[in-house]
Write a protein that binds this ligand. Sequence first.
Ligand code: 3PG
Length: 402
Amino acid sequence: KSVSQLGDLAGKRVVVRCDFNVPLDGDKNITDDGRIRAALPTLNELRDAGARIVILAHLGRPKGEPDPKFSLAPVAARLGELLGARVKLATDVVGPSAKATVESLGDGEVALLENVRFEAGEKSKDEAARKELAEKYAAFGDFFVSNGFGVVHRKEASVYDIAKLLPSAAGSLVKAEIDVLEGLTENPKRPFVVVLGGAKVADKLAVIDNLLKVADTLVIGGGMAFTFLKAQGLGVGNSLVDDASIEACTGYLKAAEAAGKRILLPVDVRVASEVDFGARTVGQVDVVPTDAIPADKMGLDIGPATEKLFGDAVRQARSVFWNGPMGVFEIPGLESGTRAVAQALTEINGISVVGGGDSASAVRALGFPEDAFGHISTGGGASLELMEGKILPGIAVLKEGN
Ligand code: 3PG
């Protein structure tokens, strides 16, 4: 169901799950508000309909109890600016402040309850504990709208259990994300090229497995590429390697060859012997071929020949899904590979999808306009799990209908 199918919402209380898990700097300034902006169409649709809006959201991973470090206060302020309306922030999740705040709402007004992960029941494995909390959320609303695409892979009280208790609909963000991502796995325009990067190869093994079935070419860069290079028998110096994943990588390389699919790996890399990830500085950066990485150096970005190789593969695609930066793009001097891949995505004659998390932040941080891409997902883990072909609890529960 969509929001418009819920019926007349004037004066009705609508509980909306949003994904406002945004990056903050040390002074609690939001460094990328993309997820807040992506929620606006649904929130404005509800305000225009005269609904009283109660938002549930999380920030970070507090341990099931209040923790001021993870307060949603910065989000409430930014959301208010973007909506051009006051957002009433409750100082608890289901306690007296939340109750009074919900009670005080007029038609078209917006409340944000504190971080749902301040409640132990939110992420509990115990279904009864989650249900008890979900009942408290449900008491705040007549309807539930699921609009936090980035959390639909989580079986949590504010995502999953509440949808069983109130008449529910998918917000326009969740709908748009599912349409685009399912379209890619079910019926992609070909050639379909998938670009994977980022540091952790283990997180991407399941998605590689599924994508080898549907994609025509798999392009692998970023930190995870070094495990593949090592699986090919190359020396990778001090680069990041996940030894436990080498066997799986060897298997994928063989499976791809047998299926006539291409897996492209870097042919050259940018290396340095000193890097400070906290201070975001790097020593002297050199370009070396991947079969000659010095033993005392660490690969930190793809090199110029690889930028061309990967960029050409992307440019000839009719659909592209990209998840994960090609290098440590946050450090000046190591953003070139990520920029080159992002640039190639903007040039394709077809659909380009940037899959959430770090890659979405990267394209914004590198100054690309959002409309240069077909779709920028707001889901990191959620978009990857959809590409893995998994059934996501927060989507399944909406499809069951209530
Ligand atoms: C995300 O940032 O991918 C989502 O907000 C989910 O957060 P989580 O991984 O802490 O559940």
